[in-house]
Design a protein around this ligand. Structure first.
Ligand code: BES
Ligand code: MN
Ligand code: ZN
Length: 488
């Protein structure tokens, strides 16, 4: 699909933004003289109030374009303008994607932040239907181009460029998440990451032999019940000179069966998405490379499959992590932290980062705490925490901070090893974060984001989030870099 910015209408369908304060903009008179009066009367009769997503449809009489006019509500533009614009763009696509028409022109507010409309349109046009062999022609998209109409073409194009890169990162994260686990497993996943060398990233893949030599025995223990080889992938983007990098670390459990502590059957298929943290990191690296960010960022992902097997790790096993600390495995379903602890340690040893952010679908408990509206944020650094909070608000990928405290550490005490990998029924997300913190060296700013509640969708969907996988993360991380780690 093409997404363009022009200064005049070109599409078969014209979509016009309406907000609650200004139901029918005067600009519709550019389409036909006196149209605004007609539409105001129609809006009145049809109870059109410009609520978010509400549609007023008008079919002009005559043979030329537009064949159809859609006035779409953007709600109250003032409340969260960026979100309203994105969702408006999303509704424009949602209402036309399979309509039969091939081109749509969209008119927004006329300011450069209308670029958000095109971002929303692109995110809404996402489909993951490559395995559907029986779609009828009517179920397939007809739309081929979305053109944003504005008088300020240059400024809007400039504003759209980085957003377009962010959309590409989000799409990549969604694709990785949506793939079935028989297609996307550590080795095939590493192969897709390797392909990103074509956009200027330096990619290194480590296999089991190298991981063993490095001492990542905790990560390897999680993967030992799987016939698939475990991998760690590193992606380096060097756009910032000699600066110490920001490290992004992601949990990439390509399928989490729970292992010997096997999960119950219902919805286990969702655990193909247990690599959501890694997908966020990979998508973010793609965005940073596409927009040539002026920063040094390295992405590291631990890729494993957690399976029950004669060779799988057992509850009671004690593993030595790369840091030297030992862990008693009391529940093989608490595997994410066993993967992350080694990758976090390796990231610090290898890259001496000035800050680390890890993302993981780590605990079901975070869904109990925050539902599906916010990711959980844990940090040892107030500045990094507020940078992430603000980045989330800017991009609509919000995080909510929860506490860390040494008081929770006693819950991780083991009789036999330095610690155990579960904390018991209380404060499950906090004890998981507290576990990770033991692998962060003194003085390193670190944040952990538990995305178990936001990586994939349950229930109501926003138009810009049309598939199972949300693609949460790349936009948040890209904004973090843009606002805080980049030479201006
Ligand atoms: N991948 C799961 C967490 C999860 C649960 C993600 C639901 C998304 C939706 C993780 O590996 C896990 O199983 N965590 C356990 C930890 C427990 C055994 C301490 C959990 O949350 O139950
Ligand atoms: Mn698990
Ligand atoms: Zn897991």
């Amino acid at each position: 699909m093409k997404f363009e910015i022009k200064d005049s209408f070109v599409g078969q369908v014209h979509v016009i933004l309406a907000d609650e304060e200004n139901l029918i903009p005067d600009s519709v008179n550019q389409i036909a003289d006196g149209l605004s009066e007609k539409l105001k009367a129609l809006a009145d009769k049809s109870r059109f109030r410009a609520k978010a997503g509400q549609v007023l449809e008008y079919t002009p009489i005559g043979d030329g374009d537009p064949a159809k006019l859609l006035i779409i509500g953007a709600g109250k533009l003032g409340d969260d303008r960026a979100r309203s614009l994105e969702e408006f763009g999303g509704y424009a696509v949602k209402n036309t994607l399979t309509s039969g028409f091939t081109s749509v022109s969209v008119v927004g507010t006329g300011s450069a932040d209308d670029a958000r409309i095109l971002l929303g349109a692109r995110l809404a046009a996402y489909r993951f239907d490559k395995y559907m062999t029986k779609l009828s022609d009517d179920q397939k998209p007809s739309l081929e181009s979305v053109t944003l109409v504005t008088s300020d073409v240059t400024a809007t194009r400039e504003a759209f460029e980085p957003l377009d890169a962010a959309a590409a990162g989000t799409e990549m994260a969604r694709d990785l998440m949506n793939e079935p686990p028989n297609v996307l497993y550590p080795e095939s996943y590493a192969g897709r990451i390797k392909e990103m060398e074509s956009i200027g990233l330096k990619v290194t893949i480590l296999g089991e032999k190298e991981l063993e030599e490095l001492g990542m025995l905790s990560l390897l223990g999680v993967g030992q019940g799987s016939v698939k080889e475990s991998k760690v992938a590193m992606m380096e983007w060097n756009g910032g000179g000699d600066e110490a990098p920001l490290a992004l670390v992601g949990k990439g459990v390509c399928f989490d069966s729970g292992g010997i502590s096997i999960k119950p059957g219902p919805n286990m298929q969702d655990m193909k998405g247990d690599m959501g943290g890694s997908a966020a990191v990979v998508g973010a690296m793609k965005t940073l490379a596409l927009r040539k960010a002026k920063a040094n960022v390295v992405g590291l992902v631990g890729l494993v499959e957690n399976m029950p097997d004669g060779n799988a790790s057992r509850p009671g096993d004690i593993v030595k992590t790369m840091s030297g600390q030992t862990v008693e495995n009391q529940n093989t379903d608490a595997e994410g932290r066993l993967v992350l602890c080694d990758v976090l340690w390796y990231a610090q040893e290898t890259y001496k980062p000035k800050a680390i952010v890890d993302l993981a679908t780590l605990t079901g408990a975070i869904i109990v705490s925050l539902g599906h509206e916010n990711a959980g944020l844990f940090s040892n650094d107030d500045d990094l925490a507020s940078q992430l909070t603000n980045a989330g608000l800017e991009e609509g990928e919000t995080v909510w901070r929860l506490p860390l405290s040494p008081k929770y550490d006693k819950l991780l005490k083991s009789q036999f090893a330095d610690m155990k990998n579960i904390g018991g029924p209380a404060a499950g997300s906090i004890t998981a974060a507290q576990f990770l913190k033991r692998f962060i060296k003194d003085g390193v700013a670190w944040a952990h984001i538990d995305i178990a509640g936001v990586a994939w969708k349950s229930g109501d969907k926003s138009p810009i989030d049309p598939s199972w996988a949300s693609g949460f993360g790349p936009r948040l991380l890209d904004r973090l870099v843009k606002d805080n780690f980049e030479a201006k």
